[in-house]
Design a protein around this ligand. Structure first.
Ligand code: ADP
Ligand code: ASP
Ligand code: MG
Length: 407
C-alpha cells in the first residue's frame, strides 16, 4: 500500500463536527492500508481565536510596526495547536499518531520571515514515525532556518508544506481538502455559476494560483510539478470527485496528452493600488527608473503590471505596501501618485498561447459590461486587466460568461 499526504485547510477544522469529519477521512484512508502524513492549517478563520488572523490580532497595533521574526513565531502557533488537537483526536479514535512542528518535521527554509521558501526537507524523523505505524500530523505553513529561527511560508502556505512533504517522501499523491468541491472555473464566492474542473495540468493551476485563485498556494503547485507528485483537491464535507492536477493516465496506464483549453478559468486579486511616477519633470531633477525600481525592491515592495515609457513608470502594488512605497518615492524626491481601490481580473488558459482574438474578446466583454480597463498585461497563459475594485465582480462574471465557462 502507498503513502498519502492529506492536507486540511483551516475552514475544514473550524468546529468539533468538522474535525470529526477530518478524523473519519484520515482513519478510513489508514483502514485501506495506506501510510498517512497529515498536514494541518490553523483552526478556522478570523474571528476564531486560533486562526492565523485571530492570532495576529493579538499584536495588531497601528502605532507600532510588527517585528517579522516574532510575527512568524506567533503565527506558527496556530498550526501547532491544530496539529496537537488532530493527533489527540486520532489517538482517541484508536489510531496511533504523533504531532510535529514544521521544524521537528525537518522543513528547512530560507530566512525570509513571512514569506520563506522551503529549501529542503529532512524527512528521517517522519519516516521513523511512519515505520512505527504512526500517523504523522505536521503543522503546516512553517519551517525553520539553518540557524534555528521559526519562519512561515506566506499566507495559504500549508498547501506548500503538503506538496514538499509529498515530494520528499515520494508519496503516491497529495490530497488537499478544503471547503469547495475542487478547482473551479472561478471563485464561487464571486461567480456563482462557476463549475468544478475534473482534471487540470500543473501549468494551468500554477498560473491560476499566481493570478489569485486562493484555492491552492502557487508554490505548492510548482513543487508538486517538479517532483511529479499528483495533487487531488477535494471537499472535506462532500463526496464529490474533486480536481486532479498532474499527468493524466489512461486506463492502460498510458499517459494521455490533452490539448490545453483556451481559457480554463477566471481569477481575481483585490486590494491593489496603481502607482504613477513621473520620469520627465521639466527643469526639476527626476529619479531614474533604475533608482525607482531598485529602491522599491530593496524595501521589499513587489510590483506588477509594469508599463515603463520615457515619460512615466506605471505599475501596481498591494494596497498594504502603499505607505512603504510612498516613503521610498518621497526619499528619492519623485513626483508620483498612488491610487488605491483597484483589482486585477485575469483570464487563464495554457491554450491561449499564439491564438489570435483572446484580447479582443476580453475587451469586448468588459466594454459590454461597462467596465473600464486601466492597465493590461499578458503572458503565454493569461491576460490580466486592472479594473476598479467595485467592478471586479461584474468583470469576472462577464469574462466567465463570454468564455463559456458557466455551468
Ligand atoms: P483552506 O482553508 O482550505 O486552505 P482557502 O480559503 O485557502 O481554504 O481556499 C479555498 C477558497 O478558495 C474557496 O472557499 C474559494 O472561495 C476560493 N477560490 C478562489 N478561486 C477559486 C477557484 N478557482 N476554485 C475554487 N475555489 C476558489
Ligand atoms: N493558516 C495560514 C493562513 O491562514 C496558512 C494556511 O491556511 O495555509 O494563511
Ligand atoms: Mg488555503
Amino acid at each position: 500500500m502507498g503513502l498519502i499526504v492529506q492536507k486540511f485547510g483551516g475552514s475544514s477544522l473550524a468546529d468539533p463536527e468538522d474535525r470529526e469529519r477530518v478524523i473519519q477521512r484520515i482513519c478510513s484512508t489508514r483502514a485501506q492500508g495506506h501510510d498517512v502524513v497529515v498536514v494541518v492549517s490553523a483552526i478556522g478563520r478570523y474571528p476564531q481565536a486560533y486562526s492565523t488572523d485571530g492570532l495576529l490580532q493579538l499584536i495588531a497595533d497601528c502605532t507600532q510596526e510588527q517585528d517579522p521574526r516574532e510575527c512568524d513565531l506567533l503565527m506558527s502557533c496556530g498550526e501547532i495547536i491544530s496539529a496537537v488537537v488532530i493527533a489527540h483526536l486520532l489517538r482517541r479514535e484508536g489510531c496511533s499518531a504523533v504531532a510535529l512542528t514544521g521544524a521537528q518535521a525537518g522543513i528547512i527554509t530560507t530566512p525570509d520571515h513571512r514569506d520563506a521558501h522551503i529549501i529542503r526537507v529532512e524527512a528521517d524523523r517522519i519516516r521513523t514515525h511512519l515505520g512505527r505505524g504512526e500517523t504523522v500530523v505536521v503543522a503546516g505553513f512553517q519551517g525553520v532556518t539553518e540557524t534555528g529561527e521559526i519562519t512561515t511560508l506566506g499566507r495559504g502556505g500549508s498547501d506548500t508544506t503538503a506538496a514538499a512533504l509529498g515530494c520528499a517522501l515520494s508519496a503516491d499523491r497529495v490530497e488537499i481538502y478544503t471547503d469547495v468541491d475542487g478547482i473551479m472555473t472561478a471563485d464561487p464566492r464571486i461567480v456563482p455559476t462557476a463549475s468544478t474542473v475534473r482534471c487540470l495540468s500543473y501549468r494551468d493551476v500554477c498560473e491560476m494560483a499566481q493570478m489569485g485563485a486562493k484555492v491552492i498556494h502557487p508554490r505548492a503547485v510548482e513543487i508538486a510539478m517538479e517532483g511529479r507528485v499528483p495533487i487531488h483537491i477535494r471537499n472535506t464535507f462532500t463526496d464529490e470527485e474533486g480536481t486532479l492536477v498532474g499527468t493524466v493516465s489512461g486506463p492502460d496506464g498510458a499517459v494521455e496528452i490533452r490539448a490545453d483549453r483556451l481559457v480554463t478559468s477566471i481569477a481575481h486579486i483585490p486590494g491593489l493600488a496603481q502607482v504613477r511616477v513621473e520620469m520627465n519633470c521639466g527643469t526639476k531633477q527626476c529619479p531614474s527608473a533604475r533608482d525607482v525600481f531598485r529602491s522599491l525592491a530593496d524595501s521589499c515592495v513587489s510590483i506588477d503590471l509594469i508599463n515603463l515609457s520615457p515619460g512615466q513608470a506605471l505599475f501596481t502594488i498591494k494596497e498594504s505596501d502603499g505607505a512603504t512605497a510612498s516613503r521610498v518615492l518621497n526619499s528619492l524626491g519623485a513626483s508620483f501618485t498612488i491610487e488605491k481601490g483597484f483589482a486585477k481580473v485575469s483570464a487563464v488558459g495554457a491554450g491561449m498561447r499564439g491564438v489570435p482574438g483572446v484580447m479582443a474578446t476580453i475587451v469586448e466583454a468588459l466594454s459590454d459590461a461597462g467596465v473600464r480597463i486601466y492597465q493590461t498585461a499578458d503572458s503565454h497563459q493569461s491576460i490580466s486587466c486592472l479594473v476598479r475594485v467595485e467592478d471586479m465582480e461584474v468583470a469576472a462574471k462577464a469574462l466567465h460568461d463570454r468564455f463559456g465557462l458557466a455551468r
